[in-house]
Ligand binder design. Structure first.
Ligand SMILES: Cc1ncc(COP(=O)(O)O)c(C=O)c1O
Length: 446
């Protein structure tokens, strides 16, 4: 392997979500290794992967069982197209997931990343509506401040007109957005005065939204319990229950995007379990392979599947697929990851981690720069303000970028989203490492 060459990187490699000019002065950080819950930087530093490498990692890096599954599968069948062919790793993955899913989800479509899992759900929901005669359902419903990925369809149902999406406005899907409040019960020091009334008003707002838009929507998409990229907004399960009710009442499919929340992040295997809500579509990715290979699934029901059933000439087929659909290597690793959930009691460990995180976060809540400290499962978040003014740091200060870089010097990978500072570590992170990480955050906040 050649040495890392900053000039070569700058000359040829375009990094995601990055103003590349920044790398003129602040080059990307070379990674030389990954071991357990740590990343090993090329200069010898060891940093805790405090955000699970973009919310993907579950069991730590380089888990021998996942690495072995990958090597074994590689020696058997590395890849084959999935139209007209099938293979054991794909079947095994579906077999293992079926009993763990909300009831009713019986049909699984494979793709490669969270955005395409969403894209598939949007297209399938729309086509199902058309093929069952639901003409005029040409719009989607979505939560305000949502995020569902970066392909154009996914952008169309995400938050509109922010710095990431505004430029694409003329190209996007027709979408009506519903605002939901954050749930103060997640805060470590909640003030619940007025919450019952606020929840009742939000429920009424949801009903009004469906009364106005319901008949024109093909589907409504939401990240259950936690709007992650929108700033770790934890929203009430009661509203998810009402969302299901209103979707049923108005003939709208409910798509739950568990790309970020799936596989134990919020305390249960899937976040929708906490509201006991069963979606018509469930999108999974990120933690599906334990965070080491790209793979995604869009699950749906027999009812939806039935609208695509017919003779070829009827053109009811779902004409969609990707070159690497159901890649056997990724499927084999995903199977091994699910086995680890049982063999290493990962959800129990996540519960212990979640309790340690909440305790440490409660300590952090007293810091003068911290507002609205809250947790859900193994996710902890807060808003950061300038303690001198009580207001967020001005965007031009690049607080989140500077904080991210400073934290690396102190052994922690953390990357605030705007003024939202959060931790979302691998589920197997030892509690003492999390206590150290929160102490580091506190020190760095000054
Ligand atoms: C809720 C949600 N949906 C979809 C996506 C898109 O996933 P990917 O980056 O794999 O395309 C993300 C990514 O962060 C996400 O958080």
């Amino acid at each position: 392997m050649t040495e890392f060459d900053a000039a070569f990187d700058r000359a040829h490699i375009w990094h995601p979500f990055t103003q590349m000019k920044d790398h003129e002065s602040d080059p990307p950080v070379p990674i030389a290794g990954a071991e357990g819950v740590d990343l090993l930087l090329a200069d010898g530093r060891r940093v805790l992967d405090g955000i699970s490498s973009w919310w993907t990692n579950i069991h730590g890096h380089g888990h021998p069982r996942l690495v072995t599954a990958l090597a074994r599968q590689g020696a058997q069948v590395d890849h084959v197209m999935f139209a007209g062919f099938t293979h054991a790793p794909a079947q095994e993955l579906v077999r293992r997931l079926l009993p763990r899913l909300p009831r009713g989800l019986s049909r699984c479509f494979f793709s490669d990343n969270g955005s395409t899992a969403v894209e598939v759900a949007l297209k399938m929901a729309f086509q199902a509506q058309v093929q069952k005669g639901g003409k005029g359902r040409t719009r989607f419903g979505a939560l305000a401040e949502g995020y569902h990925g970066d392909t154009l369809g996914a952008v169309g149902v995400g938050e509109l007109d922010n710095f990431m999406t505004g430029v694409f406005r003329p190209l996007l899907l027709a979408c009506d957005r519903l605002a939901v409040p954050e749930d103060p019960r997640r805060e470590v020091a909640p003030d619940l005065a007025g919450w019952d009334a606020a929840l009742a008003a939000a429920t009424e707002g949801l009903r009004t939204f469906f009364a106005a838009h319901g008949e024109r929507l093909a589907a409504f998409i939401a990240e259950p319990m936690l709007q992650a990229a929108g700033g770790m907004r934890m929203w009430p399960p009661e509203l998810l229950v009402e969302l299901r009710t209103q979707c049923d009442r108005h003939g709208v499919y409910l798509i739950l995007d568990e790309v970020a929340t799936g596989f134990g992040r919020t305390g249960t295997l899937f976040a929708c379990e906490q509201a006991r809500v069963r979606p018509d579509f469930l999108c999974l990715s990120k933690g599906l392979t334990g965070g080491i290979l790209p793979l995604s699934l869009t699950w749906t029901t027999d009812e939806v599947y039935g609208h695509f059933w017919g003779d070829y000439g009827e053109y009811r087929t779902f004409f969609h697929g990707h070159s690497y659909t159901a890649n056997p290597l990724a499927c084999a690793v995903a199977c091994a990851s699910l086995t680890l959930f049982d063999d290493e009691a990962v959800l129990d460990r996540a519960r212990i981690l979640g309790a340690a995180l909440r305790e440490a976060w409660t300590g952090l809540a007293g810091h003068p720069a911290v507002r609205q400290a809250r947790t859900l499962g193994t996710v902890a978040a807060c808003r950061i303000v300038d303690p001198r003014t009580g207001a967020p740091h001005p965007a031009g200060d690049r607080f989140s970028w500077r904080f991210h870089r400073k934290a690396l010097d102190h052994g922690l990978l953390i990357r605030p989203i705007g003024d939202c500072l959060y931790l979302m570590p691998p589920l197997v992170t030892p509690p003492e490492r999390i206590r150290e990480a929160v102490a580091t955050v506190s020190t760095l906040l000054g």
